[in-house]
Design a protein around this ligand. Structure first.
Ligand code: URA
Length: 214
């Protein structure tokens, strides 16, 4: 189940999308689909498409400031192959990994409301269910973390967000999945050095180590 290009579930986001279609008819301007194959063992979950990034290009994080660090880190840690060039036709391939967002449509000012995050969660639940080999999730930021935990039916109080934290969860079929938390790789977090490239790399290196032990 994917959201339709004209998904009506969030009226505010649908209106924002309609306005973007009028002002930028050549942009993607629709719910941004997951990037990567369903056979991967890792799912990276971001917040929501950026207006001039994923909402323009149609591929998660592609053309967004946050994508520069995400894709260079995935290339560095073996979860991507090729060259990232901020375009969906750059030929970059994900390895054992897929990337999606907690909210599929671009929200005004990058801020989805709690109701929009809830309305979009069924697509995240479906994404998780569609990955039979899934062993690890990287949640980028607290909003992604909370939505992923809820998608697994896990208790937020028992699993608080924290950069570098791991949460041992189970999918509906009982198979174990570990959620790795990271601060979001946003421009704000990187320019304030809340998140450094080394900290971000360490999260994905920990995931690679975890998968190697499976
Ligand atoms: N672009 C995305 O697709 N997701 C984010 O979380 C940020 C930028």
């Amino acid at each position: 189940m994917q959201p339709s290009p004209d998904c009506p579930l969030c009226p505010r986001l649908a209106a924002f999308r309609a306005a973007a279609r009028r002002s930028e008819p050549d942009w993607f301007n629709a719910p941004v689909p997951t990037f990567g194959a369903a056979g991967g063992r890792l799912l990276v979950v971001g917040l929501a498409p950026g207006l001039k990034g994923a909402n323009r290009t149609g591929r998660p994080f592609t053309g967004d400031y946050a994508g520069d660090l995400l894709y260079s880190t995935l290339l560095d840690t073996g979860f991507a192959d090729g060259r990232y060039d901020r375009r969906p036709d750059d030929g970059l391939a994900l390895v054992d990994c897929a990337i999606t967002n907690a909210v599929r449509c671009v929200p005004p000012e990058n801020k989805p409301t709690p109701a929009e995050i809830t309305a979009c969660r069924p697509f995240l639940v479906e994404q998780i269910a569609a990955m039979p080999l899934l062993k690890a999730v990287v949640a980028l930021g607290r909003i992604a973390h909370d939505s992923v935990l809820r998608a697994f039916g896990a208790k937020l109080a028992a699993n608080p967000f924290g950069h570098g934290r791991r949460h041992a969860l189970a999918r509906a079929d009982g198979e174990p999945v570990t959620v790795f938390d990271s601060f979001h790789c946003s421009r704000y977090n990187t320019s304030t050095r809340l998140l450094t490239p080394e900290m971000f790399r360490d999260v994905f290196a920990a995931v690679a180590g975890h998968l190697a032990r499976q």
